[in-house]
Design a protein around this ligand. Structure first.
Ligand code: NAD
Length: 351
């Protein structure tokens, strides 16, 4: 199959590209603008495959999207390109509306124009798969889980823009008959995660001897999924999922943010002890909470498990161990990013 991946130089998109090249015979076109969050070093190890191609382009640029689709002739479009960082969406929401809403509209319009020209068999087999977040459902109290039927209630500019893009995808399915799929996934972690996000940021700051800033009391609860489990879920959905359907994806690993940070510290204490023998946990500091910070997210992933047979392979304990070890073994990868973004104090990258 020919699979068109948008955002394939980012964290999850690159894990999908690596998975498809390394574990299948599919051809992959990686369409990515290479914003601050995208780097081709994430796909370096598969870049020489003759089943892999890269096009640098913007999903808001209809002509560029049209040309790439016409040339590659995809059977599947997996759409991951997005602005993805909640803190940045609070500082500058415009880019989120542009990329996530207008960009998804552009992808849908160009995919539909191409799809209309296919023969009936190819039309029926075509899929447009939008990769989205559980944050569209809002925030939970102490109990309960998000299901595919939970009403949308986004709270941040990021989640509002993702909710808008989900609604557009759904409308293109209902109104135009485009065979669409949506997945809403919980927080991912793993290798090649840009070091502005909680887990890699804590690893990088801990090793630099810097403060480990935790929002509020650190009692926000997130469900964590190892990125390689997520891409196996995506693969199952675009191969076997029913068009028009949404699938929630989660790891069944609810953790408070503070617990996540302390776990990272404990693993670092064992794998790379501090010279003074103290725990990295002594570097934890509490900072003013993020405005509108959602309290708890948790996913009911029974639909994808029951209907498509997907299960996560990693527990949080095994996945976080692999992740910390990866950051220690691949220091050159993130050091280059930290050096490039040195001036970016607000993101905490200036360690
Ligand atoms: P990321 O920020 O690491 O990567 C985004 C990629 O998209 C980058 O390579 C960037 O260059 C590219 N991009 C951004 N704007 C673009 C544009 N206008 N045109 C083309 N390419 C552009 O994001 P991620 O964490 O890999 O997330 C991927 C997708 O998964 C997003 O849609 C996100 O909303 C969703 N998601 C993420 C998580 C998570 O925990 N990271 C969880 C659930 C869903």
């Amino acid at each position: 199959m020919r699979i068109f991946v948008t955002g394939g130089a980012g964290f999850i998109g690159s894990a999908l590209v690596r998975h498809l090249i390394e574990n299948t015979e599919h051809e992959v076109l990686n369409f990515d603008k290479l914003t601050y969050a995208g780097t081709l070093s994430t796909v370096e190890r598969v870049a020489s495959s003759n089943r892999y191609r890269f096009v640098q382009g913007d999903i808001c640029d209809a002509d560029a999207v049209k040309a790439a689709i016409a040339e590659f002739k995809p059977e599947i479009v997996t759409h991951l390109a997005a602005e993805s960082h909640v803190d940045r969406s609070i500082d500058g929401p415009g880019a989120f509306v542009q990329t996530n809403v207008v960009g998804t509209f552009t992808m849908l319009s160009e995919a539909r124009a191409y799809w209309l020209g296919l023969d009936d068999e190819a039309k029926a087999a075509f899929r447009f798969h939008h990769i989205s977040t559980d944050e569209v459902y809002g925030s939970l109290g102490d109990t309960g889980l998000f299901t595919e039927e939970t009403p949308y209630d986004p709270r941040s500019p990021y989640s509002a823009s993702k909710a808008g893009s989900d609604h557009l995808v759904s409308a293109w399915g209902h109104t135009f008959g485009l065979p669409v799929l949506i997945t809403n996934c919980s927080n991912n972690y793993g290798p090649y995660h840009f070091p502005e996000k909680l887990i890699p940021l804590m690893i990088v700051k801990a090793l630099a001897g810097a403060d480990l800033p935790v929002y509020g009391k650190g009692d926000q609860v997130r469900d964590w999924l190892f990125v390689e489990d997520h891409v196996r879920a995506l693969h199952a959905v675009f191969e076997k999922g029913e068009p028009g359907r949404t699938y929630n994806v989660g790891g069944n690993n609810e953790k408070q943010n503070l617990e996540v940070v302390k776990t990272v510290c404990t693993i670092l204490d064992r794998l790379r002890p501090r010279a003074d023998g103290q725990s990295y946990a002594t570097q934890i500091t509490y900072v003013a909470d993020r405005p509108g910070h959602d309290k708890r997210y948790a996913i009911d992933a029974s639909r994808i498990k029951n209907e498509l047979g997907w299960e996560p392979a990693e527990t949080f304990e095994t996945g976080i161990e692999k992740t910390v070890a990866w950051y220690l073994d691949n220091q050159g990868w993130w050091e280059a990013i930290v050096a490039e973004h040195k001036a970016d104090q607000r993101r905490g990258l200036s360690v």
